[in-house]
Design a protein. Structure first.
Length: 348
């Protein structure tokens, strides 16, 4: 902490001066940690709208985690913000303090509002850069211009200039029984007293998309993200491995003794090792149950995805078939859905 020289960082090919980089300790460090904002907001767009239900306002918790400040999502104490390893994470409360989560930023800043690294979100299988995602606090964005959108914690407002509604506005045309897309905001359209139709969807298409994008507010174990399930299965397997390894050593020890006494060759020892490992795993009832349940779960997930895909294809074909049926003549649809034919004039 007594270093007076200018710190440098490397970009992989050269050393660059970092005059604002400092090393602090003692009271200076404690003061820097204590200065962390009491309220922060994670705002902005995410790739494919991933993990948007975990964004919002976070309130600082009394407890520090790994020496860093920690936060809880306002209205959802089950979602936390903390630092672990080399990253800031947003994730489940029960995993608070671990190097895992749904959103992360590889940044060692002492407070979350000082994060300069690009935030990332997970889609369950990979981490995706979210360059528009930011964590703000206090008056961090005051005077930047364009701050026409803000978030509140109930007592104060925080500018969120990049926070936007990512959905496309639509209005329902009752006469045509269809949803009509509206470019821009409804407020702007109303001010211009003009709405331009740029596309349309039927109510069935709108409802179907709504079901696909629906968010479960009360998430059940069966609806947890698959990536989260995979992590939990891996953790459970690691817990079972200790018992399996202990049993394996018991089973293989006689063969090892025979090999050391030249009663077995290397090939036979390898075969007995494999047999002992399989037997140890088969005797581990919790592991067998876990593997069977995970196999069934994976099959169910694939079946559900296939069923949803099949439903979409069938619905598309059905809509096309319906659209291809044109009423003959100028008759209007009757109450039963059939087309009424016009009466032919009588010939005298």
């Amino acid at each position: 902490e007594q270093v007076a020289a200018t710190w440098q960082v490397t970009d992989g090919s050269a050393w660059l001066d970092a005059p604002e980089l400092r090393l602090i300790a003692g009271e200076a460090l404690a003061s820097a940690l204590a200065a962390a904002a009491d309220t922060v907001a994670l705002v902005g767009a995410t790739p494919q709208n991933q993990q948007r239900n975990t964004l919002g306002i976070f309130k600082r918790r009394p407890e520090a985690v790994n020496g860093w400040p920690s936060y809880a999502l306002q209205g959802d104490d089950g979602t936390r913000l903390w630092h672990a390893g080399r990253c800031w994470f947003v994730g489940r409360a029960e995993e608070c303090g671990q190097a895992k989560g749904w959103i992360k930023a590889a940044d060692g800043s002492l407070t979350p509002e000082q994060v300069a690294a690009t935030w990332q979100v997970t889609d369950g299988s990979a981490w995706l850069d979210a360059p528009e995602l930011r964590l703000i606090a206090g008056e961090a964005d005051a005077g930047t211009g364009g701050g026409d959108v803000a978030v509140t914690d109930g007592s104060a407002w925080f500018d969120a200039p990049e926070l936007r509604c990512s959905a496309t506005w639509e209005v329902f045309d009752g006469s045509g029984k269809r949803w009509v897309r509206v470019p821009g905001s409804l407020a702007a359209a109303a001010a211009d007293d003009e709405v331009t139709v740029v596309g349309e969807r039927t109510r069935e298409e709108k409802d179907r998309e709504g079901r696909k994008r629906a968010i479960d507010l009360e998430e059940t174990p069966c609806k947890r993200r698959k990536g989260d399930v995979d992590e939990r299965v891996a953790t459970a397997r690691s817990l079972c491995s200790a018992e399996t390894d202990a049993r394996y050593k018991q089973l293989i020890q006689p063969a090892v003794d025979d090999w050391m006494n030249d009663k077995l060759d290397g090939g036979e020892l390898d075969r007995r090792k494999q047999a002992a490992r399989e037997k140890a795993a088969a005797e581990n009832a919790p592991l067998q149950r876990l593997d069977a349940a995970y196999t069934a779960y994976t099959a169910a997930v694939k079946a559900r995805a296939a069923a949803e895909s099949a439903e979409d294809e069938a619905t598309t074909e059905l809509e096309a078939a319906i659209s291809a049926v044109k009423p003959s003549g100028s008759g209007e649809p009757g109450s039963s859905g059939t087309v009424k034919a016009e009466a032919s004039p009588e010939v005298a």
